[in-house]
Write a protein that binds this ligand. Sequence first.
Ligand code: LR7
Ligand code: MN
Length: 576
Amino acid sequence: NKNLNNDYTIKTNDEYKGKKAAIAAALQKDEDFDEANLEENEVEHDMGDDGLLLPPYPKSQLRRWAPAPFVKPQEETPGEMGKAVNIPIEQEKVMLEKFQENQFNLLASDMISLNRSLTDVRFEKCKAKRYPTLLPTTSVVIVFHNEAWTTLLRTIWSTINRSPRPLLKEIILVDDASEKEHLGKKLEDYIKTLPVSTRLFRTESRSGLIRARLLGAKHVKGDVITFLDAHCECTEGWLEPLLSRIVEDRSTVVCPIIDVISDTTFEYIQASDMTWGGFNWKLNFRWYRVPEREMQRRGGDRTAPLRTPTMAGGLFAIDREYFYKIGSYDEGMDIWGGENLEMSFRVWQCGGVLEIVPCSHVGHVFRDKSPYSFPGGVQAVVLKNAARVAEVWMDEWGEFYYAMNPGALNVPVGDVSERKALRERLKCKSFRWYLENIYPESQMPLDYYYLGEIRNAETSNCLDTLGGKAGQPLGMGYCHGMGGNQVFAYTKRKQIMSDDNCLDAAHPRGPIKLIRCHGMRGNQEWTYDTKSRTIKHTNTGMCLDKPESADVWKPVLRSCDRSRGQQWLMQVDFKW
Ligand code: LR7
Ligand code: MN
């Protein structure tokens, strides 16, 4: 029991992180493992409410492993090595019919082997990496509602085939009240024949993926929970890099790179390693380019784990005990959506780390539409879940969400008191801390004077992005009070922002465009004067004016002349 106390009374993150290097090194060399004082079987795992840190895994709990053998291409089945499957023209009608069922090309999926081979998409450097010889076991949890047979089974088989067997404790399936015959007895019988322990649980009634995952997680016996969507394909070496991060620090939540399995051809398409997770004002998860800052932190090494502000939500691994300590999921969330941002904010704000591990790749069938029903209506469900995120984690930045989606104000969010209490109990940091330290590139401004519509005093119309993307001109429209494209923030940096974009004028006569906010003032700096109500463009010294004529819905710049068309109504509160 030497030095045991030292190991388990570590108080601060820093002290613990200091130990990480030693742990990592010891894990590389199995022989030296004991020297890091990690060996102990009778570990007191509960560190109390203010100790979120978990002790290193006792050695007896870790497993020696070897990489899973390569899955060889089969002969004659389509789609091998991740190739596209093309449906002969005469089957097109059937294909389109079947597409409706799952919103992906089921006919193609059904033609592909459950054991299909894939190319090894990893960087060479990843293949050469040495991972700890001892790793924790994981249970893979897959929840589904009305999933197709072949996509579900390919998720299962690719997990079995490409995971080092000693590390794969079991597969846990959760059927969320599916109505398809093949997910009944047929599935129960089938999983009995699998070479890896596979258990199936069913929700009593449609619960949504969040509560379904909670049900699955309850039964997990492995040290790590790995969640997958039900239409994934794991690639060679996907698991080891994930577990390696967790063995070094059990408060690390890790995601693979999520590659794309085409919903039309089932081609396996490698995704960029240069994207990370963000979110927009509507609280949609979005992919963005990894900023230079993070590349530098990683020493320019594209194989090094990437700290991501948010995760997509479907594919990640987390220490089982940490999952519960950090607050598992918000049970008040229904069907789909929101839980990915909720968990991302929570992990960061409450002391954890969220990473994408670029040496781990898992494919996922991305589709354009949901194939299943949303009891209560898509809008109501999604708005409610996101509102719970805003209420509990985002402090005053929740305002952006409500400004963009005024409809959310009429949707009952339910009781969030338990989640707020969790945040208190875990002594989680503020959303400002998150924006400043984890996501300074976010399009949510740290300080802003105003958030809402910008109405012209003469025409009573409002500035409107018209949903335009970066590079497109700013428009105007009848004020609709529905948020969305008519919501702008006037920031402390004197930008007029709409989500990702800022109002930008390059020429005194030229158009006013929506351009990605660069935060460097320049063409994006505007001064609002509360008295004259003018919005003056700093670089050109011109004023924002109503459109030239009533049928041109584009505001312009003109010499400031105090006319009513140059007056704009904003309840600006200069707090600073
Ligand atoms: O009521 C439901 N019950 C379920 O069991 C609704 C869904 N589900 C299952 C469903 O069968 C699937 O296995 O939940 C899983 C996710 O649903 P999808 O695949 O229809 O949605 P998605 O791929 O768009 O979901 C992404 O966002 C979700 C938000 O709640 C979840 O976080 C998903 O896990 C997430 N998927 C990914 O992150 C994969 C990459 C997609 C991206 C970006
Ligand atoms: Mn999915």
